[in-house]
Design a protein around this ligand. Structure first.
Ligand SMILES: Nc1ncnc2c1ncn2[C@@H]1O[C@H](COP(=O)(O)OP(=O)(O)OP(=O)(O)O)[C@@H](O)[C@H]1O
Ligand SMILES: [Mg+2]
Length: 232
């Protein structure tokens, strides 16, 4: 089966700061991601993992290089086009969930649909479906402080997939969770990937990384190892 390329990053550089205090963070990073891939990114603290993820997620711009997302040249898109792309094509999951504490699980999950202009009735229905999918159909009206860490992360995952994104980007999704909750999150990622969702996940934990089909190692801003593993 021929796989369709989703992301094509070539010779990416990212510097922070300005002359004469330029800090090079990413150095000549190239990466191709096909639809259906499940990639883990590992590497020491400060090696540039989140920086790379922010570029992949179109939250930050690269200093040099070319990046095609779904055949579209990111460097030619303005900020509005980029936020539109993020809204419809990318789901984000963070270590600390980033849920709105005053809103219920359902309201948190439905938030991207408000930006997408979806009617209130449809929002409610789709949020319920997404929460059912992550096993929290009974918790729709719970607020984040009434949920466990693992449950909060599953609400965040429901929010990330509500717009049927092309790709799920997760930065240390199990970093704040105990082992059992982390395992549930990994099972959820596995079933999403089985359904065809492309996933890139940063982790410090080799056990967590072993769930991915492929692990990239980044050291001092460079991809130094490209290890194939698991079953494809
Ligand atoms: N906004 C910024 N301005 C200046 N330097 C930055 C900025 N963001 C990150 N850096 C620097 O870039 C380097 C890489 O940071 P990054 O957050 O990508 O690392 P990381 O691999 O995600 O680390 P960790 O595992 O600790 O999350 C660090 O040296 C950091 O200080
Ligand atoms: Mg990081």
């Amino acid at each position: 089966m021929v796989k369709r390329m989703l992301l094509d990053l070539k010779n990416i550089y990212k510097n922070y700061g300005k002359e004469p205090m330029i800090v090079p963070v990413l150095k000549d990073v190239s990466l191709q991601v096909n639809e259906g891939d499940y990639i883990a990114i590992m590497g020491p603290s400060g090696s540039g993992k989140t920086t790379l993820m922010n570029i992949i997620g179109c939250l930050d711009r690269m200093s040099d290089g070319t990046y095609l997302f779904d055949n579209e040249d990111i460097s030619k898109m303005n900020d509005n086009a980029l936020s539109d792309l993020r809204l419809h094509k990318i789901g984000f999951v963070f270590q600390n969930f980033n849920l709105l504490s005053a809103e219920t699980a359902q309201e948190n999950v439905a938030l991207p649909l408000i930006y997408a202009g979806v009617s209130k009735e449809e929002r409610k229905e789709r949020a319920q479906d997404a929460l059912n999918k992550v096993g929290l159909g009974e918790r729709v009206s719970f607020k984040p402080n009434q949920l466990s860490g693992g449950q909060k992360q599953r609400v965040a995952i429901a929010r990330a997939i509500i717009n049927n994104p092309k790709i799920l980007l997760a930065d240390e999704p199990t970093g704040a969770l105990d082992q059992a909750s982390g395992k549930q999150v990994m099972e959820l990622f596995q079933s999403l990937n089985d359904e065809g969702v492309t996933i890139i996940m940063i982790t410090h934990d080799a056990n967590v990384a072993s769930h991915a089909k492929k692990t990239l190692h980044i050291i001092d801003g460079e991809i130094i190892e490209n290890k194939q593993g698991g079953t494809i």
